[in-house]
Design a protein around this ligand. Structure first.
Ligand SMILES: Nc1ncnc2c1ncn2[C@@H]1O[C@H](COP(=O)(O)OP(=O)(O)O)[C@@H](O)[C@H]1O
Ligand SMILES: CC(=O)N[C@@H](CCC(=O)OP(=O)(O)O)C(=O)O
Length: 294
């Protein structure tokens, strides 16, 4: 009986600890980039969606930008092709573009369904809708990587309209160029561009690793907090590879363009978003501005 009471008290303490954060982020926009690497099973997805839905219900304005890279690669494999990446970006020929769009739209609607199941209104769109993400063809170190889009403009009107009407926007990373051709956009690029355009308070990347390591093979080199300049230094010195490269570049760009705080979190850890936002400890890696650290 005493033990039961202790547990109930602990629950109350957790809620009280959350109070200042609920006040701080009330009506503030939080962009959550939900990466394909952290979508490996339905239970995991439901936990992430529950967290984001809770953020909405306590008065925040979350926006989800999702990936689906692993699922795209699986379907590319099914048609007998090999998935190819240059600096973390998918080499996207016409057929791969078609597959990517089908897969991302499927992922999009499945996330919308999960939110709706929890009784919260959601709308899923891609960057093609309402002129949200405008792109031009992107090259990687001068290399032609096909229909990969570099974001040249964001029209966030559709997002503000949705937030105003209390919908939770869920966005797939696809865009159009000026000739209305479809392009594949790295989801980290999309999340960062959207966070900047809506002046988000926070941008959180949910991925499949605890956070940033100086040396990915040495767990003791975990970095829990660093400035944008320090992050740029790590990139320059070649410590960062694979999918972390576009992610970290986007983290620094978001910080330098007015987003207050950027986090890299382990989306495999149940309720990582809630732990980061509502507790005093904080988890994962936080990227802060150089001024804040001074
Ligand atoms: N220095 C580093 N610290 C952390 N992760 C790194 C680092 N360098 C490369 N990575 C890789 O980046 C991956 C995350 O990027 P990615 O697979 O594209 O995730 P997502 O699908 O969530 O965007 C990690 O699983 C890890 O293998
Ligand atoms: C150009 C490019 O690389 N586009 C990505 C879009 C999806 C994505 O970014 O998904 P994750 O966040 O799960 O990696 C791709 O085709 O994989």
């Amino acid at each position: 009986m005493e033990k039961d009471m202790e547990q109930v008290m602990k629950k109350a303490e957790v809620l009280i600890e959350a109070l200042p954060y609920i006040q701080k982020f009330n009506r503030k926009i939080i962009v959550v980039k939900y990466g394909g690497s952290a979508m490996s099973n339905e239970e995991l997805q439901k936990n992430v969606i529950k967290d984001v839905t809770l953020l909405k219900l306590v008065g925040f304005k979350p926006i989800i930008v999702h990936g689906g890279g692993k699922e795209i690669s699986r379907w590319v494999g099914k048609v007998g092709k090999e998935a190819k990446f240059v600096n973390g970006l998918r080499v996207t020929d016409e057929e791969t573009m078609e597959i990517a769009e089908m897969v991302l739209n499927k992922v999009n609607k499945s996330l919308v369904t999960m939110v709706e199941e929890l009784g919260v209104k959601a709308v899923g769109v891609s960057g093609k809708d309402g002129g949200l993400l405008q792109v031009e063809k992107k090259y990687s170190d001068g290399q032609d990587i096909g229909y990969v889009g570099e974001i040249t403009g964001v029209n966030p009107d559709i997002l503000f309209d949705m937030l105003e009407k209390d919908y939770l926007p869920i966005i797939a990373p696809i865009g159009l160029d000026k000739d209305y051709h479809t392009y594949n956009i790295n989801a980290d690029d999309a999340a960062c561009a959207i966070a900047k355009a809506v002046h988000a308070e926070k941008l959180a990347f949910l991925t499949d690793i605890e956070g940033l390591y100086k040396d990915i093979n040495d767990k003791s080199t975990f970095i829990s907090r660093l400035t944008a300049s320090e992050a740029e230094g790590l990139i320059h010195d070649g410590y960062i590879g694979g999918g972390m490269l576009p992610k970290l570049n986007n983290c620094t760009s978001a910080i330098r363009n007015g987003v207050n705080r950027v986090h890299i979190l382990d989306g495999r850890l149940a309720h990582c978003l809630l732990l980061e936002i509502f507790t005093n400890q904080g988890i994962g890696t936080a990227i802060v501005s150089d001024e804040e650290e001074k």
